[in-house]
Design a protein around this ligand. Structure first.
Ligand code: DAK
Length: 257
């Protein structure tokens, strides 16, 4: 396990901390591979029901590592499958991932936060896609996920002017689920993650898959998918337990089956 990526287990929540403070958590291969390995571990661990990805108080991540990629040429980027090879592990995990963002989430850092299922932002958070200033462009979803989250106008503004957006603007625009005072960010995010992890894991995964389908399909196709998955939820023992517990006025004991 990389020393640039620290993992902790908090009850049923897996915490992944990016720890490269001297470079504002800039994302090099070691960091991104470390995040992927941490996700692999939490995905395989039946006790884990939700994952939190965070940085430190100054930066979630200030982008892909500029020094690392400055001399790349096209063939190198293409042959090594730069970005796709390791970054997309966040997107493929079936367990929910919450990004807890304080400080800078810029370029690849903003893109990595957007690969997560939702973003909780400290009041110190700053989001942006400043790649244009470096003579390049977003390459890990910035031109695709950002407009889906905040609309075309604001996405164009951020990607074309390189300006940063603070937490209040990001929440108002729909990028951020919650704003939390910086000193409470991790505790509050872990609390929300524990709530999610306390529900039936197959239901959690079905909901994640269904909400994501909204971005990949027409409304009717998405509704059909949701209905099929909803019907299949009646096959779960946890559905029987959840509804029985409600009727019997007790707390459900989900068994993830
Ligand atoms: N990469 C490498 N080092 C970085 C870094 C980065 N992205 N961001 C900060 N650092 C380092 C700084 O070089 C500095 O290191 P030392 O000089 O102390 O050794 C240290 O972190 C502290 O930074 P500053 O001294 O600059 O701190 P300030 O508070 O003054 O400024 C800042 C903070 C965030 C405004 C500033 O550091 C900054 O502008 N950083 C760069 C932000 C940025 O441009 N991010 C976008 C990076 S480009 C692709 C896919 C994805 C991408 C590209 C291609 N393909 C598929 C091909 C993604 C690209 C990006 O993310």
């Amino acid at each position: 396990m990389s020393k640039l990526v620290i993992t902790e287990v908090h009850g049923k929540v897996g915490l992944i901390r990016i720890s490269r403070p001297e470079a504002l958590n800039a994302l090099n291969n070691e960091v991104v591979d470390g995040i992927g390995a941490a996700i692999d571990g939490f995905e395989a661990d039946e006790n884990i029901g939700c994952i939190v990805l965070t940085g430190n108080e100054k930066a979630f991540a200030a982008g892909a590592d500029i020094g690392f990629m400055k001399d790349f040429d096209y063939m190198h980027a293409y042959k090594t499958d730069f970005i796709t090879r390791n970054w997309e592990r966040i997107k493929t995990t079936r367990k929910p991932v919450i990004a807890a963002v304080a400080g800078f989430a810029l370029g690849g850092g903003c893109e990595m936060a957007m690969m997560c299922d939702m973003i909780f932002a400290a009041d110190t958070a700053k989001f942006g896609q400043p790649e244009i200033r470096l003579g390049t462009m977003p390459g890990a979803g910035g031109t695709q996920r950002l407009p889906r989250a905040v609309g075309k106008a604001k996405a164009m503004d951020l990607c074309l002017t390189a300006r940063m957006m603070d937490a209040a603007e990001a929440e108002k625009a729909g990028l951020v689920a919650r704003i939390i005072p910086a000193e409470q960010l991790l505790d509050e995010t872990l609390k929300a993650a524990a709530t999610i992890a306390g529900f039936s894991l197959p239901v959690v995964m079905m909901i994640k898959e269904s909400v994501n389908r909204a971005f990949e399909s027409s409304l009717n196709e998405g509704l059909l998918f949701e209905r099929r998955v909803f019907h299949s939820a009646f096959a779960l023992e946890d559905q029987k337990e959840g509804m029985a517990a409600f009727v019997e006025k007790r707390k459900p004991a989900f068994r993830n089956c």
